[in-house]
Ligand binder design. Structure first.
Ligand SMILES: [Fe+2]
Ligand SMILES: [Fe+2]
Length: 210
């Protein structure tokens, strides 16, 4: 994608999502884009920065749909449903439906972008760089307001520049697990699996940042 194509796609996405999402959610996707572009800049990979912007803007494209609307989009587009545990859970299903919008409405075929949109809620143990960046950005974007967020953001950026993306991701995954546990919310097995995989991959001593 050249710069002209990128800007034209970005404008089309804005036009479509601004009325669909409402002010708060629209600010959120802009915030995720800003955070994702900052995180991706550390890679010095211009192509990755552009992909991060696109995935960030579209990751919650279906978030304002009702569960029924999401289910209908899935059935129309795929001809069949996802497993029941996904179809009945808007928190999981909106990622899949947002990926369908990216593919069908904006003709996005890049697998990494589609996967990052699809999996942004739970992640998976073997995420690629784009998936990791969207997962982190969704949690720390500038509109997020929760106790300790500024300190957390600082640690994430320090970890990224000192130790790399996996370390930044580990900080977010641990914070997410801690926050869900404190709220007595059931923790899906994917988060501990991601934490385990990252801990085994990171061989440097990073205790100063965790
Ligand atoms: Fe989401
Ligand atoms: Fe989001």
């Amino acid at each position: 994608m050249n710069d002209k194509e990128f800007l034209s796609l970005r404008n089309k996405i804005f036009k479509y999502l601004r009325p669909l999402l409402g002010a708060k959610l629209f600010a959120h996707i802009r915030g995720v884009e800003a955070a994702a572009v900052q995180l991706a800049a550390a890679s010095s990979n211009y192509g990755l920065i552009q992909k991060c912007a696109v995935a960030a803007l579209l990751h919650d494209a279906a978030k304002s749909f009702t569960l029924d609307q999401m289910q209908r989009v899935v059935k129309l587009s795929r001809g069949k449903a996802f497993p029941k545990e996904v179809m009945q859970n808007a928190g999981l299903l909106h990622g899949h439906v947002s990926a369908i919008i990216a593919r069908d409405k904006f003709k996005i075929t890049d697998r990494a972008i589609i996967s990052a949109i699809k999996r942004h809620t739970l992640g998976r143990p073997d995420m690629n760089a784009l998936e990791k960046i969207i997962f982190i950005s969704d949690y720390i974007e500038p509109n997020r307001r929760f106790k300790g967020i500024e300190e957390l953001r600082g640690r994430v950026y320090t970890a990224l520049f000192s130790y790399g993306l996996d370390c930044a991701l580990l900080i977010v995954v641990r914070d997410k697990i801690k926050t869900l546990a404190a709220m007595n919310i059931r923790i899906d097995k994917t988060l501990p699996a991601i934490e385990k995989r990252l801990t085994s991959k990171i061989t440097k001593n990073i205790s100063d940042i965790l």
